[in-house]
Design a binder for this molecule. Structure first.
Ligand code: PMP
Length: 405
């Protein structure tokens, strides 16, 4: 725990109630730990951006100013540049999502869009439905708005539709504000929702009149298996989040949200209040990058890297982890989710793991309600193969020390 938590806080009585409800990001905290020398970072989900053609990106950055002049350094509209939105519409069309640029808003990362989802939809005590486990950054963003979170379990085919149906029956029509799902290479589970389940999810959402939010940062990171149509391509009412973070550069903080127009108008108000508008410079840089470089060729290289790192992680798990452990087999994305026997406490085990030179995300961070105690998220995105293997070996020592025979 950071030392600031232990210090007397003379501002305590000034804080709004919502601050009480903010979750810490374990990953942000762990960033400090991984930056210690000798710790192998299997915790953070930073993409590998080593395939980026830096010279070309520099050229793009230069053209932002030479071709656009002062416009690139000025405020812009809260929706985002029409040119950027038109480009995004073109990219979405390749995925079967046919929308107008004015159904799109540009946001400062999908993370900001997630915060806006909370701001637009959640009153304190409102039900929302998430997958269990779910993206810890989404749980963190939503927590500020004090929802009552219903967790629907997953299996290898994604969110379990029998469990979702049970939840929806219990809550009744419009009984929850939204269902939040990450259908592709889910963070943290690494699993992908099958087409049948996607269809069923939309049927159920329709039957119970519940909004669906589809978060899809990893859709273009498939390195194995068949592409599956996004929910948004099958139902225009779905709210869809996409981002440049995993297909270009997370440092840009540039993403998009596609939503029905009345919802978009509310999100626009959030954008006005939060940041006025996204950086014009970064939007034009993205336009330059996605128009004038072979970004798809660059992605082919990134996917090859992820694939061999996934292979390195899975074979190290097979080699070193005890037979009682289970893990997922992602066909894309950045994460493997490991479940240990139920008596394990991966949160408590973390300090021993760090001591032994390896970091991961304890599963409890990916649930709003204390589940996930015996599981962990392992990212294969960042460290090279030999480090991944060594990291898994180190972790297996910590686990072996705690196995009940
Ligand atoms: N959603 C999911 C599922 C994520 O995994 C992440 C980032 N790891 C985000 C949203 C945030 O992405 P961005 O960088 O666009 O804010």
């Amino acid at each position: 725990m950071p030392s600031s938590h232990l210090v007397f806080d003379e501002w305590e009585d000034l804080y709004a109630d919502r601050v009480e409800h903010l979750r810490r990001s374990a990953v942000r905290d762990l960033f400090a730990a991984i930056s210690r020398p000798n710790v192998i970072g299997l915790s953070g989900g930073s993409p590998d951006i080593s395939s980026l053609p830096l010279d070309e990106v520099a050229e793009c950055a230069k053209r932002v100013v030479t071709e656009n002049g002062l416009k690139s350094l000025q405020y812009g509209g809260s929706d985002g540049r029409i040119e950027t939105r038109a480009m995004v519409a073109g990219m979405l069309a390749e995925d079967g999502i046919h929308v107008d640029p004015d159904e799109i808003i540009i946001t400062g990362g999908s993370q900001q869009a997630l915060d806006f989802m909370g701001r637009v939809f959640i009153n304190p005590g409102d039900k929302i439905i998430v997958e269990g486990p779910s993206y810890l950054g989404a749980l963190q963003a939503f927590s500020a708005y004090q929802p009552d979170v219903e967790v629907v379990p997953m299996d290898d085919e994604g969110m379990r539709m029998d469990a979702l149906e049970e939840t929806l029956k219990r809550l009744g029509p419009r009984g929850a504000k939204f269902i939040y799902t990450i259908p592709n290479f889910q963070n943290p589970a690494g699993v992908t929702m099958t087409l049948e389940r996607r269809k069923r999810l939309l049927e159920l959402a329709h039957e119970y009149d519940i909004q669906v939010i589809e978060d899809d940062p990893y859709g273009r990171l498939r390195f194995e298996g068949e592409h599956i149509a996004p929910l948004k391509s099958m139902d225009p009412n779905v709210i869809y989040l996409g981002t440049t973070s995993k297909i270009f550069a997370p440092g840009l903080r540039l993403a998009w949200c596609v939503a029905p127009k009345p919802v978009l108008a509310k999100i626009n108000l959030c954008e006005q209040g939060a940041s006025l508008c996204c950086s014009a410079f970064n939007q034009i840089l993205a336009e330059q990058y996605f128009t004038n470089t072979d970004w798809k060729g660059t992605l082919v290289k990134s996917r090859a890297i992820y694939r061999s790192r996934r292979d390195a992680m899975i074979s190290a798990l097979e080699e070193f982890f005890p037979p009682e452990a289970t893990w997922t087999h992602p066909e894309g994305g950045l994460f493997v989710y490991v479940t240990l026997p139920p008596y394990f406490d991966t949160e408590q085990m973390m300090s021993a793991a760090l001591e032994n030179g390896v970091a991961y995300v304890p599963g409890t961070n990916c649930f709003p309600d204390g589940q996930g105690r015996s599981s962990m998220r392992l990212a294969f995105s960042y460290e090279p193969e030999d480090k991944i293997r060594e990291g898994i070996r180190r972790l297996s020592e910590v686990i072996a020390d705690r196995m009940e025979l």
